[in-house]
Design a protein around this ligand. Structure first.
Ligand code: TYM
Length: 334
């Protein structure tokens, strides 16, 4: 059972438009958690500098992430919705934690290895210590529940390792955080091309963004990979077909999903009809979010006020933690 006093924290990088994976892996849970817990949700702009050093579009992207979160149902009066770079204490805690993180373990992190491969000319120290900064975001509020998708599992494991090292060395200051999803396994929303997951900046034609127009949604869904169909009743589904069913389960009525499952099992499935149904259900799901986000995004004064208010709440919590941390480390000479 969840304890009412537990603190929730999570973040999203402003490296592109939010997509269905961000929604079902993270934001949907934020919205549910906000009514029960003290929540801190932020735009991870410092993290984005590890891969996107060009900041020309950063402000616009930060505003977009904020607007899309609010359009999905996040209420800035209930949660602290803020920008990572506005909380200077994050950088201080990050520094202390870097001394508890070993080069070998950081080099073995999956995300580091992936990024080092995709940007060989910019393997910066920030990229290597990315999970340390993420741990600082979480520990700054002494959060225990971290709503994230499956791809963040390893980062959470590392955050727990840093907590244990810190507590062992300096005394029990931090609780152990865990990746959170309501009652089920962590979510991984697959891409439409049957390869990998939906992503903000890769495989854009196989990713459904919360900002996609109705036409674009239809076009992307209709292009999803299929084949000529099963040849024997009860045949196992190839990954790319499993993925279409998985996407359908997210946005379609259970009766629709069951109908197509039965059709598959009886070898009478028509993938064209299934994709048409999925496309219409996606449009119905995404279009209200897109329209709401567009109007919020244009209200710059409102977004600035949201950021200021969120930062104020986050700073208050960060200051309390950092006073304990400095004291515990022994940085208290006067
Ligand atoms: P980011 O910006 O890549 O993704 C934001 C959230 O969306 C989830 N997600 C997915 N879930 C399911 N299926 C997908 N295809 C999919 N793609 C993305 C991610 O798991 C994440 O929950 N390192 C983090 C940002 C971060 C953070 C933090 C998270 C910085 N500090 C502190 C939690 C706590 C990241 O890059 O998320």
């Amino acid at each position: 059972m969840l304890n009412k006093k537990e603190i929730v924290m999570s973040g999203i990088r402003p490296t592109g438009f939010l997509h269905l994976g961000n929604y079902f892996g993270a934001v949907k849970n934020y919205v549910r958690l906000q009514d029960e817990f003290e929540c801190f949700f932020m735009v991870a702009d410092l993290h984005s500098l590890t891969t996107h050093p060009d900041t020309k579009e950063l402000k616009q992207n930060v505003e977009r992430v904020l607007a899309e979160n609010i359009a999905c149902g996040l209420d800035p009066d209930k949660v602290a919705l803020y920008c990572q770079s506005h909380i200077f204490e994050t950088s201080e805690l990050y520094l202390y934690l870097t001394m508890m993180a070993y080069k070998g373990e950081l080099e073995k992190t999956t995300t580091f290895k992936d990024k080092a491969r995709s940007q060989p000319d910019n393997i910066n120290a920030g990229l290597l210590t990315y999970p340390v900064l993420q741990a600082a975001d979480i520990l700054l509020h002494r959060a225990m529940l971290v709503p994230v998708g499956k791809d963040q599992e390893q980062h959470l494991e590392m955050a727990r390792t840093f907590v244990n090292r810190f507590n062992h060395r300096y005394g029990d200051i931090f609780p152990e955080p865990s990746a959170f999803n309501y009652g089920e396994d962590l979510v991984k929303v697959p891409s439409l091309d049957g390869a990998g997951k939906m992503s903000k900046s890769e495989n854009q034609l196989a990713t459904l963004y919360l900002s996609d127009s109705d036409e674009l949604i239809r076009k992307k869904v209709m292009k999803a990979k299929t084949d000529s169909g099963p040849t024997e009743p009860g045949m196992a589904k190839p990954d790319y077909i499993e993925n279409i069913f998985l996407l359908m389960k997210l946005v379609s009525e259970p009766a629709q999903v069951n109908k197509f499952l039965e059709d598959y099992d009886q070898c009478r499935i028509r993938y064209g009809d299934m994709k048409k149904q999925l496309a219409e259900d996606m449009v119905r799901f995404i279009s209200p979010i897109r329209e709401k986000a567009d109007s919020i995004r244009n209200d710059k004064a409102y977004l600035k006020a949201v950021m200021e208010k969120g930062a104020e709440k986050a700073r208050k919590s960060a200051r309390l933690t950092m006073a304990l941390v400095r004291e515990a480390i022994g940085l208290n000479y006067y």
